[in-house]
Write a new protein. Structure first.
Length: 398
């Protein structure tokens, strides 16, 4: 059999595998369309706002729920209600169907965006990590009905613009993504990096930050939201640990609670350990970041940024890892930086998501936090020994 025939067969098998993954994704979404507890909260909060009620009041949400249990409060800024206002006009079941359908489409959009940014990385590894990496982060999001996939899509629209040198568009997309959970705003620091013929722009960064402040806090000063109690009042109520929030801070808190009888002491010990962890990761990353600065490589910057973003985040939640999924197959160290190596890395990162995909989230502490530990070990393998090498496939170089 000729080499071209083998390549055609391999390409055909890849597309069959991609079609199977898409079909399975649709089936998973259909089976979980009625679960989506976060989307239920969004729907109630939007209904409350349309009725002139405070959407941050659990009492109001419970009243509108007609006897159903409301597990979590609405915690996004007032502007974060806008996407849900049209859905609030629909029955809950219809709204949930539309919401999860939108996110299935956005998962496909994300894989296409990743393929465009990481040219040379094959479709199948990107699809695998998109669905199953980090303990099946995307599936957590679909089941929960959270904003994670939507946020990731907005972020990657911005990062794709950044790679093309369109920094104003990048800033606009990141500001839009930050109107919900605020934390994506840290990615605006990419405006301070030189790439290609683009220079760092502190002015553009300042304008973007001011725009975000106006969008997030402006409605609390002027308009109907001025009499609401404010989204910050609900932020401190929920800090889960375990499979739903496999962050390093949550890991430290889990073990600190076994050592300390006081919750305050345990939290203090965990925060102290997390701050040391952040300092250690930044120290490990120093040569890599310096080499990236010198290379003026926009693609290398965006994959590095999303990796550090989720690795250092104190509360990414399980679905917050979606945004970093493609970095697992774009930042592969030698000798794995080839098609076979990237498929191998995709499988390693996806294995931890199989139990979640089967509806059996891990209960063992080690397995619950395995995604963040794997991310740390992978980053050490990437950043520490090989700061000067090219990190994306050779055929992608631009």
């Amino acid at each position: 059999m000729s080499g071209s025939a083998r390549r055609r067969i391999a390409r055909g098998l890849e597309w069959i595998a991609l079609a199977a993954l898409l079909a399975w994704l649709v089936v998973f979404a259909v089976r979980n369309r009625a679960v989506q507890w976060d989307a239920g909260t969004y729907h109630l909060a939007a209904r409350a706002a349309l009725a002139g009620l405070d959407p941050y009041s659990m009492e109001n949400l419970t009243r509108l729920a007609n006897g159903k249990i409301v597990f979590y409060p609405f915690v996004y800024p007032p502007i974060g209600l806008l996407p849900f206002l049209p859905l609030a006009l629909l029955p809950l079941a219809t709204a949930l169907d539309l919401w999860i359908s939108l996110k299935v489409v956005l998962i496909v959009v994300l894989v296409v965006l990743w393929r465009g940014v990481a040219r040379g990385v094959e479709w199948l590894p990107l699809a695998l990590v998109g669905l199953l990496s980090y303990g099946a982060s995307a599936l957590w999001d679909l089941r929960a009905g959270n904003m994670g996939i939507v946020e990731a899509a907005l972020v990657w629209m911005g990062l794709a613009a950044f790679v093309r040198g369109r920094r104003t568009a990048f800033a606009a997309w990141i500001v839009a993504a930050s109107c919900f959970k605020l934390t994506p705003a840290v990615l605006l620091l990419l405006l301070l990096t030189p790439t290609g013929d683009r220079r760092a722009s502190a002015t553009r960064l300042a304008i973007a930050v001011l725009a975000l402040v106006a969008l997030v806090w402006g409605p609390l000063w002027i308009g109907p939201a001025a009499h609401w109690r404010g989204f910050l009042s609900n932020l401190g109520e929920i800090f889960p640990v375990g499979a739903s929030n496999p962050s390093m801070l949550a890991l430290f808190l889990t073990y600190a609670r076994t050592l300390m009888s006081s919750e305050d002491l345990a939290l203090g010990l965990a925060v102290g350990g997390w701050l040391l962890f952040v300092a250690a990761v930044l120290a490990i990353s120093a040569r890599w970041l310096l080499a990236t600065w010198r290379a003026r490589d926009a693609r290398r910057w965006v994959f590095t940024a999303v990796w550090l973003y989720v690795l250092l985040a104190p509360r990414p939640m399980a679905y917050g890892f979606v945004v970093a999924a493609p970095a697992a197959v774009a930042l592969v160290p030698p000798p794995l930086d080839g098609p076979a190596g990237r498929r191998f890395v995709a499988v390693i990162f996806s294995v931890l998501g199989v139990p979640v995909a089967a509806g059996r989230a891990p209960t063992d502490t080690i397995l619950q936090f395995a995604p963040i530990v794997l991310a740390l070990l992978f980053w050490i393998a990437v950043a520490l020994p090989a700061a000067e090498r090219r990190v994306l496939p050779v055929e992608q170089a631009a």
